[in-house]
Design a protein around this ligand. Structure first.
Ligand SMILES: [Zn+2]
Ligand SMILES: [Zn+2]
Ligand SMILES: [Zn+2]
Length: 147
C-alpha cells in the first residue's frame, strides 16, 4: 500500500486521500452513497460527484475494486496490498448481497492460472491481478421466489 500511495502521491488530492483512507478502514463493500454520507460530515467539501469521480479513478489505479451489482449500482472495496486478502465474489442481483470467498476451488485456480498464462502470451500483457465475480440469485432470494 505504501508504495502505491507514494507512486500516486502527486495525483492525490485531499478528497482522494480522504476517500481512500476511509475505505482502507472499512472492510465491507460500500456504495458511493454510503461513502459520501460517511465522509460528508468531516469533509463538507466532498460532494457526490467528487466521490463518483474519485472512485472511478481509484478503481483505474487498482487501489479499489469496483463491483457492478447488475442494477446499475456499484459497490467499492478497498484493495489491500496483502495478497492473502485476495478473494472472489458471488453477487446477488436481487438483493445486492455480496459473498466473499477465498476458499477457491481447485478447478478455479487451475483455470485462472492457465487463462492468465495464455492471455499474457496472446496479448503480450503482464497480468498483475484479476477480479472475479459471479452474478446470480442468493440462497435467501431463491427461497422467497419459490413461494
Ligand atoms: Zn483470484
Ligand atoms: Zn439475494
Ligand atoms: Zn469483497
Amino acid at each position: 500500500m505504501k508504495d502505491k500511495f507514494k507512486e500516486y502521491a502527486s495525483r492525490m488530492t485531499a478528497p482522494r486521500e480522504a476517500i481512500l483512507e476511509f475505505m482502507s478502514r472499512s472492510s465491507t463493500h460500500l456504495s458511493a452513497k454510503e461513502i459520501y454520507t460517511s465522509l460528508h460530515k468531516k469533509h463538507p467539501g466532498i460532494g457526490m460527484s467528487t466521490v463518483y469521480r474519485t472512485l472511478d479513478l481509484l478503481a483505474r489505479m487498482g487501489l479499489v475494486t469496483k463491483l457492478a451489482l447488475g442494477d446499475g449500482q456499484n459497490r467499492y472495496e478497498f484493495k489491500a496490498k496483502d495478497k492473502s486478502d485476495h478473494h472472489h465474489h458471488l453477487i446477488c442481483t436481487r438483493c445486492g448481497t455480496i459473498i466473499n470467498y477465498s476458499e477457491f476451488l481447485e478447478e478455479e485456480l487451475t483455470l485462472v492460472r492457465k487463462t492468465e498464462k495464455k492471455l499474457a502470451k496472446k496479448y503480450n500483457f503482464i497480468i498483475e491481478d484479476h477480479n472475479i465475480e459471479f452474478l446470480g440469485i442468493c440462497e435467501k432470494c431463491k427461497g422467497s421466489e419459490k413461494i
